[in-house]
Ligand binder design. Structure first.
Ligand SMILES: [Cu+2]
Length: 310
C-alpha cells in the first residue's frame, strides 16, 4: 500500500517537477515572432542564444550568468529599431509546453553593443547596461514575475534614442523562492541578437555598466533576501541603475500602463502584454497553478523536498 501510494504521489508530482524551470521559447519583435531552440535540443537558426538546460544559473560568479547555461552563439540577427517593442516569451519545462513556473523575483533587461556581428560576438567580457527593471506590483506583495507565470510575456522597449548597431538584449528573470539562503537565488538569463537601426546617439556611461558575472554578489540585497516571505516587501534591484539615457522612454509604446507602478524608476518595460489586463489574473491565476498550490503547502517549496531539482 505504501508503495502504491508512493507510486501515485510520484506520478502526480513528476510532471510538475520536470517543468520547475524554463527558458525563452520565442521573442516577438514589433509583431514578428522569432522561435528559439529547446535547451540542449536541436539547433536551428535563431536569434536567441541556445542554452544547454532549463536549470537555473546558480551563483553570482558563474560564467553562465552572461547569457544562460552554457549559451552558444546563435546564427541569426533580427532587425529592430529604437522604440521597437519586444515580447520575451518565457516558458516552462524542457519543451516549453507549460507556463513559466516561478512568481517570486525581478524581471530585468540589459543590453550590450556587439563588437562586429552579434552572431559571432563573445560577450563574456562585455560591459552591460540596464534598460528596465520590474519587481513588485503596487501593494508590494505580488511580483510582476507572477504575470509571466500566468502566461504573459516580458515586455520591453528598445530605448528611443539608442545609437545604431549590433546589440545583445539580455532578458533576465531571477527567481527568489530559495533566496532566504545565500546562494539560493536562481538566475535565468537569455540573450537575443539584434541589429538596431536609426540615427540615435544614446549610450550608457561607464559607471552604468558592469560585466556578467561581475554585476552581482551572492549576499547583496535583492539576491539574498531573508524577508522574502514577509510581505509587504521593499525590494532593492541588483545591478546598476537603469541607464540615464533610457529615462525618456517611460511613455514609449503606450502599452504598459502598469509598468511604472512598481516604483522601480524604469517604466520602459512591463510584464503584462499589451492589451491584456494583468490585475484580475494575478491572484486567481496563481492559485489555480498546480505548482503554486503545492508550493503553498506547509512545506513551502519543492526544492526542499527534492533538493536536486533546486
Ligand atoms: Cu525553476
Amino acid at each position: 500500500m505504501i508503495h502504491l501510494l508512493l507510486a501515485f504521489t510520484l506520478t502526480v508530482l513528476l510532471p510538475v517537477l520536470v517543468s520547475a524551470h524554463g527558458y525563452v521559447g520565442s521573442v516577438t519583435i514589433d509583431g514578428t515572432s522569432y522561435p528559439g531552440n529547446e535547451p540542449g535540443g536541436a539547433t536551428n537558426p535563431s536569434i536567441i542564444r541556445q542554452v544547454s538546460t532549463i536549470d537555473p544559473v546558480k551563483g553570482s560568479s558563474n560564467p553562465s550568468l552572461n547569457c544562460g547555461m552554457n549559451a552558444t552563439l546563435a546564427a541569426n540577427v533580427a532587425n529592430a529599431n529604437p522604440g521597437s517593442q519586444l515580447l520575451v516569451h518565457w516558458v516552462g519545462g524542457s519543451t516549453g509546453d507549460s507556463d513559466w513556473p516561478h512568481n517570486v523575483g525581478p524581471i530585468m533587461h540589459y543590453m550590450t553593443k556587439c563588437d562586429g556581428s552579434c552572431s559571432s560576438y563573445d560577450s563574456s567580457n562585455a560591459e552591460w547596461f540596464k534598460i528596465s527593471e520590474l519587481g513588485l506590483q503596487p501593494g508590494n506583495t505580488t511580483w510582476y514575475q507572477a504575470d509571466i507565470m500566468a502566461g504573459q510575456p516580458a515586455n520591453v522597449t528598445i530605448p528611443s534614442n539608442i545609437a545604431p548597431g549590433g546589440y545583445l538584449l539580455r532578458s533576465e528573470l531571477i527567481s527568489l523562492q530559495l533566496a532566504v539562503s545565500v546562494g539560493g537565488a536562481e538566475f535565468y538569463p537569455a540573450c537575443i541578437q539584434l541589429n538596431i537601426g536609426g540615427s540615435g546617439t544614446g549610450a550608457a556611461t561607464s559607471s552604468e555598466e558592469c560585466t556578467l558575472p561581475g554585476c552581482y554578489t551572492d549576499s547583496e540585497a535583492g539576491i539574498y533576501d531573508p524577508e522574502i516571505y514577509n510581505p509587504p516587501l521593499t525590494y532593492t534591484f541588483p545591478g546598476p541603475p537603469v541607464a540615464a539615457f533610457v529615462g525618456g522612454d517611460a511613455s514609449v509604446g503606450g502599452t504598459t500602463p502598469t509598468g511604472s507602478g512598481s516604483g522601480s524608476g524604469s517604466g520602459s518595460s512591463s510584464a503584462p502584454a499589451s492589451g491584456s489586463a494583468p490585475s484580475p489574473t494575478a491572484s486567481s491565476g496563481k492559485f489555480s497553478d498546480p505548482l503554486f498550490t503545492l508550493a503553498s503547502l506547509p512545506i513551502r517549496r519543492f526544492c526542499y523536498i527534492f533538493p536536486y531539482r533546486s
